[in-house]
Design a protein around this ligand. Structure first.
Ligand code: GLC
Ligand code: CA
Length: 579
């Protein structure tokens, strides 16, 4: 046992971050529509999730985030809610939800529901009333504006392409929709709207859910007068952070969140790391966690989300360091590499052909050893890849369809559109979960609502359950590692080689422990020398058979190899061993 190096002393002496169950949790995100169908209509349902509790428990996860399960005409698959207090007809009935909640609770898994407070469905009774007349009591629940010089009231564009305004014939005014036409924006400046949403939050919290993931939180407060966006602006930035946003979040915390042992996670659309702390600094009493996706947009043009641009590993790593520094000691972040809005993580950050298995394991290692609460998207534990869409008709996603209609109207290149969407569409993440290698992958006995990924015969849960070398088996080992080493939750994070073009290497220190994670993001062998003074000790987790003998400060990493080590001589004298 050697002496403690100066940096370890410094991080050991910092006050330990406040403990919280949601910091220690691993979150698993379910897209209910695509998880498991039990009645043969081709659409996943709540009883489907209920039938897979053993699987969920076997993953070792603590929280299940369900994408919206509320009554919805499904223009945007549940992100357009017509009744916030009832369950989507296709997903089942309230009794099914109650049973699911109880079943999960019995296994120690909490439920995070998805609150969509920025907009409702146009079929919600509030909007149905609102559009009737300019004077009605619900008019001011939404944003209505008269035409400006015969056109839209401002230059805002929908995040799903096209103008963000729709002219409504009943009163000759436009309503605002930052997303689809069927998702009119609610007016949070109206205190009645805020009260309605707080009531909804309490309704589900009283049932015993563990908290809320809150959709597009930064858009809740609009800039007064709804000024034009600068030409070519990043739309997310333009709509985010209106002047009353933090007042509303403090009010939400006072009125609702502070009264429950619940977690609130804000989707950080349009935020930079400088904006982050204001949402989650504990002293401010707003949200608990911010869920940004800066690293998931690195490969896109800010002005056109379906156009790819190249990016480097140092840029990718810099996002993690930037956010970690920003949230520092007072706030808390989320770690994710994919969700229902992005293509599959393996196809973007790994290698979805020759090194699919290795790179899926590498990415799972990253998720479960980074600082912040990990969010695993369904299927990523299997290393699911992007799918293949042969025609525009095979896509379901409203953002793809709206962009396509716009493209056709402009006379654009349809083949090019299809090519781009085959890399960028949200539907890659939404293909049904492959439970086995049967015709419909064990997802449904009927016709799946969205085409299955054709590779489900090789990539499916059943095959991987039986294989100790599968991505699934590695995922479970990585979850166990996180449990055994509290440093992976509460310890500090340091990128040890920010400029290295192929290796992501970082340390986690604290809790009487010091770990090293090395991830080779290249399809070739890469040599990596540890910074001066550091050396590896015990290998705790890897995605290859253990390496042959090698010097403890010079590693030879195989393609997409991931290793987690205990650092040599870094444990403070007298600390408890962790295993
Ligand atoms: C969020 C959701 C996305 C949805 C959008 C509008 O970004 O994650 O799926 O389309 O908000 O509600
Ligand atoms: Ca069904």
């Amino acid at each position: 046992m050697g002496l403690l190096p100066p940096q370890a002393v410094a991080s050991e002496s910092k006050p330990a971050p406040r403990r919280a169950w949601w910091k220690e949790a691993v979150v698993y995100q379910v897209y209910p529509r695509s998880f498991k169908d039990t009645n043969g209509d081709g659409i996943g349902d709540l009883r489907g999730i209920l039938s897979k509790l053993d699987y969920l428990e076997s993953l070792g996860v603590d929280v299940l985030w369900l994408c919206p399960i509320f009554k919805s005409p499904n223009a945007d698959n549940g992100y357009d809610i017509s009744d916030y207090r009832d369950v989507m007809t296709e997903f089942g009935r309230m009794e099914d939800f109650d049973e699911l909640l109880a079943g999960l609770e019995a296994r120690g898994i909490r439920v995070l529901l998805d609150l969509v407070p920025n907009h409702s469905s146009d079929e919600h009774p509030w909007f149905v009333e609102s559009r009737q007349s300019k004077q009605g009591p619900y008019r001011d629940y939404y944003f209505w504006r008269p035409p400006r010089e015969g056109r839209e009231p401002n230059n805002w564009r929908s995040l799903f392409a096209g103008p963000a305004w729709e002219l409504d014939p009943a009163t000759g005014e436009y309503y605002l929709h930052l997303f689809a036409k069927k998702q009119p924006d609610l007016n949070w400046d109206n205190p009645r709207v805020r009260r309605e949403i707080y009531d909804v939050m309490r309704f589900w919290l009283d049932k015993g859910i563990g908290g809320w993931r809150i959709d597009v939180v930064p858009f809740l407060s609009k800039r007064p007068g709804l000024p034009d966006c600068p030409p070519g602006a990043d739309l997310g930035r333009c709509y985010a952070n209106g002047p009353r946003l933090h007042d509303y979040l403090q009010e939400m915390n006072r009125e609702v969140l502070s009264r429950y042992d619940a977690v609130a996670v804000g989707e950080g659309i349009g935020l930079t790391s400088e904006d982050g702390p204001a949402f989650v600094d504990e002293g401010r009493r707003e949200l608990d966690m911010i869920y940004h996706f800066d690293h998931l947009t690195l490969d896109r043009e800010p002005s056109d989300f379906s156009t790819m641009r190249p990016f480097s590993l140092p840029e990718f790593k810099a996002v993690f360091s930037r956010w970690d520094r920003a949230l520092g000691e007072a706030g808390w972040g989320s770690v994710l590499l994919g969700n229902h809005d992005f293509p599959r993580m393996v196809s973007r950050f790994g290698n979805d052909s020759r090194f699919r298995v290795e790179s899926a394991k590498l990415l799972a290692t990253l998720l479960l050893t980074m600082r912040g609460t990990p969010y695993v998207y369904q299927g990523d534990e299997l290393g699911m890849t992007n799918s293949v869409f042969e025609s525009v008709e095979e896509f379901d996603d409203i953002s793809t369809r709206t962009a396509y209609a716009e493209r056709l109207a402009r006379g654009g290149d349809v083949a090019e559109f299809l090519r781009k969407q085959n890399r960028t569409s949200r539907d890659h993440a939404r293909t049904p979960f492959p439970w086995d290698d049967s015709e419909n992958a064990g997802f449904t006995t009927g016709r799946p609502w969205l085409k299955l990924n054709p590779n489900h015969r090789e990539i499916n849960a059943r095959a991987q359950q039986a294989d100790p070398d599968s991505p699934l088996a590695h995922f479970r080992r990585a979850v166990r590692l996180r449990r055994q080493h509290r440093v992976l939750v509460y310890g500090s994070y340091e990128d040890l080689a920010p400029q290295h073009p192929a290796v992501f290497a970082y340390s986690r220190r604290g809790e009487g422990d010091a770990l090293l994670v090395t991830l080779n993001f290249a399809s070739v062998v890469t040599r990596f020398e540890l910074p001066a003074g550091l050396a590896t000790a015990e290998l705790l987790l890897g995605n290859y058979p253990p390496p042959g003998p090698e010097p403890p400060e010079r590693l030879r990493l195989r393609p997409y190899e991931a290793r987690v080590y205990r650092l040599a001589n870094r444990r403070p004298p007298g600390a408890r061993p962790t295993r």
